[in-house]
Ligand binder design. Structure first.
Ligand code: MN
Length: 317
């Protein structure tokens, strides 16, 4: 983690937080699996608003590899947010949805009390795959809701000078996504033309973070490259972005999420015993997670529980 001091001459009265959260390399499906960079949860900072998980991958040249192949697995207590920069992913879930997603579209799966799904590179696909997989934690009020899936092919776009922002979730400027949210939050993809210099309006009650998807954008004077997540804190009313070459930035924000969570494998819960129950329901094929049809491969087995009890954690370590 690095800290940046706000410029005392031009900075706001409140100290402005900036932390560079390094990503961890993870291979989905084992050491020869699909390589991703995980920046949430991070050692120092587990969440940004209700955003509790962020994997970025690619650009992967698929060549003769099978691309993404993630067999049927369960989720609870969260929404999965799938966003692509290049390529295609085919989603199948236990509600019977079969949906291919392409760049500029949003797949939003709300697990509630339980759902299962599989994701794969379709047989007919582009040569390159790049995207992000995000999770949003559901609050106490809706975490046990019935599962839902929605595909949004036509998302609203806001313009701020030389920046265009596609709003995945929540509101940015005058654009509001139709996707259903359960806590106040925002997710947007900002595309900066070469030479762009513009200011994006922020909400001071939200905390924010930015991830470079392409290029080398300057975010509030820090140059960001694909890899780490730049945590921007709360209390800001705007964010200045500039770039010399075309760049793409994922902006995440939300009201700080104050409930303590246990995140384990693909589950978001509130304590150890809930996780034990979820794991058992998956391993014993109870109806809770339904069944995914049509995926050519076995469901993913749950890992063994750790020897020690899982401890609920807050958004900051
Ligand atoms: Mn999943």
């Amino acid at each position: 983690m690095s800290s940046f001091e706000a410029d005392p001459e031009v900075g706001p009265e409140l100290p402005v937080t900036m932390e560079l959260l390094e990503g961890a390399p993870v291979a989905l499906g084992g050491p020869r699996g699909f390589a991703v960079t995980r920046t949430l949860p991070n050692r120092q900072r587990r969440m940004v608003g209700a955003w509790c998980f962020l994997d970025a991958y690619g650009p992967h040249d698929l060549g003769d590899s099978a691309g993404m192949r993630v067999g049927p697995h369960p989720h609870t207590g969260l929404q999965t947010v799938t966003w692509l920069v290049a390529g295609e992913v085919l989603h199948r879930d236990s509600l019977g949805n079969l949906q291919e997603i392409r760049p500029g579209q949003l797949n939003l799966m709300t697990a509630g009390r339980g759902i299962s799904h599989a994701e794969e590179t379709p047989a007919e696909h582009s040569p390159v795959l790049q995207g992000v997989q995000l999770w949003v934690a559901l609050p106490r009020a809706t975490r046990d809701m019935a599962p839902e899936f929605s595909h949004h092919a036509d998302l609203p776009v806001a313009a701020f000078g030389d920046i265009t922002a596609t709003v995945l979730m929540g509101t940015l400027g005058d654009a509001t996504s139709p996707a259903r949210t359960h806590t106040p939050l925002v997710g947007a993809e900002l595309v900066l033309a070469a030479g762009a210099s513009a200011t994006v309006p922020l909400r001071p009650d939200f905390e924010y973070a930015a991830l470079a998807l392409d290029g080398a954008p300057n975010v509030d004077d820090a140059t960001l490259k694909p890899g780490p997540l730049l945590y921007l804190g709360a209390g800001r009313t705007s964010l200045r972005l500039t770039t010399s070459s075309e760049s793409r930035v994922l902006l995440l924000g939300g009201e700080p999420f104050e409930e303590r969570l246990v995140m384990w494998w693909n589950f978001v819960a509130r304590d150890h015993d809930e996780i034990v129950g979820m794991r058992l329901d998956w391993e014993s094929h109870t109806p809770r997670f339904g069944e995914v049809h049509g995926y050519d491969g076995p469901p993913l087995p749950a890992p063994a529980m750790p020897i020690t009890r899982l401890v609920p954690r807050g958004r900051v370590r």
